[in-house]
Design a protein around this ligand. Structure first.
Ligand SMILES: Cc1ncc(COP(=O)(O)O)c(C=O)c1O
Length: 371
């Protein structure tokens, strides 16, 4: 897959220049409210002592690392705060290439485009393994594709764009393949709070020194603009000190992460009821039902998410190319992403993000367009 600048900018620009009203189903920015607790946390922070307005440690606020570690049953020394899951993925992939043998990155097709873009930026060759028809990655296919040249394997569950959730066995097998080839398995779990299957289990449950888990509060607390994420590195006693290397890289690029959002996230973690997350899941399940029922009526093939908030759909005789995305914007008033932006495996599909309160309008417009 050739990688250029992030393709969703191109679609968003086209949609915003359109002369008609367009339902935006392009990017993954939540349209629902964050929990009230995060506003309180930020407001309280504004009154803190001046000393708390200064540089936090490069690896993040101790108390936030401690809280994450306690919730995940880990030692704090393994947790590093990052600028969202994006930076956590960057540090993990970069450290993987620098520390493990080999120089190639193995990705699943369809791929979250930033993994592909990062691989290209890091001048690493990529091997793609196509997801199977149900949307999962088959560990046997990964085993066939992986080699001594593989340095990093990246997976994402719950998955963007396919909506599948991998169970523990699949992750264990993938970690085993990483161990066999002296590679690093990066598990991006940024959608962990959006599992509808009940099957999601963090890769942290897998006892492997070759696994890094990345995550963020961007989606779970609906704060994509706040940039608070984290990476959990292997125990340095079992694997070189990846976290220290990542900290140096992070420090030389960012110095550190911003303090106020870290403080507010820390407050929100202890002051947000589980019903907040349940309500969001319920809202998304309703949207998924509504949208996929309409796709059924339009005679489309589609993925029904077990997790996350993206639906892929394929319409007979209307492949998911950029041109057709533009036609959908102009003639139907619905903006999605072209499947070709995610690789070859589902190039003829579209991806729709269900982060709009106007799913019903989108459904009606698509039904009218495909009638
Ligand atoms: C799979 C995946 N990983 C990472 C990110 C980026 O997360 P963050 O905003 O926390 O950097 C996204 C955002 O859409 C995503 O879909």
């Amino acid at each position: 897959m050739e990688y250029e600048t992030p393709q969703f900018f191109r679609v968003m620009q086209y949609a915003s220049a359109a002369e008609r009203d367009v339902v935006d189903m392009v990017s993954g920015s939540p349209d629902w409210d964050p929990p009230e607790s995060i506003r309180t946390g930020l407001a309280e922070y504004a009154q803190a002592n001046a000393s708390e307005f200064q540089y936090p440690p490069s690896v993040g606020l101790d108390a936030l690392r401690e809280e994450i570690a306690a919730r995940r049953g880990l030692q704090r020394k393994r947790v590093m705060i990052t600028n969202g899951a994006g930076e956590a993925n960057h540090l993990a992939m970069t450290e993987g290439l620098a520390t493990f043998s080999g120089s190639r990155i193995l990705l699943v097709d369809p791929v979250y485009p930033y993994y592909a873009g990062r691989a290209s930026m890091l001048a690493a060759e990529v091997d793609y393994v196509a997801a199977d028809d149900a949307g999962y990655v088959d560990p046997e296919a990964v085993r066939e594709r992986a080699s001594e040249a593989t340095s990093v394997i990246v997976i994402n569950s719950p998955n963007n764009p396919l909506g599948v959730t991998y169970g523990r066995k699949r992750k264990r097998e993938l970690a085993g393949i990483a161990e066999e080839h002296d590679a690093l398995l990066v598990c991006d779990e940024v959608y962990d709070h959006f599992d509808y299957s009940g099957r999601f289990e963090s890769a942290l449950a897998i006892d492997s020194p070759n696994v890094v888990v990345t995550n963020a509060f961007s989606k779970s607390l609906a704060i994509t603009g706040w940039r608070v994420g984290y990476a959990v590195f292997p125990d340095p006693a079992e694997q070189g000190d990846l976290l220290s290397n990542a900290r140096t890289r992070h420090m030389l690029t960012n110095v550190t992460c911003s303090r106020p959002p870290q403080a507010a996230v820390l407050y929100a973690l202890s002051n947000t009821s589980p019903t907040y997350y349940e309500r969001t899941r319920k809202l998304l399940r309703e949207r998924i039902e509504q949208f996929t029922t309409a796709l059924d009526r339009a005679g489309a093939d589609y993925t029904k998410p077990e997790g996350g908030f993206y639906v892929m759909a394929r319409f007979p005789g209307f492949p998911g190319t950029f041109e057709n995305v533009e036609q959908l914007i102009d003639e139907a008033g619905v903006a999605g992403m072209p499947g070709e932006a995610f690789g070859d495996a589902r190039a003829d599909w579209f991806r729709f993000a269900l982060v709009t309160s106007r799913v019903e309008a989108a459904v009606e417009r698509l039904a009218a367009f495909f009638e």
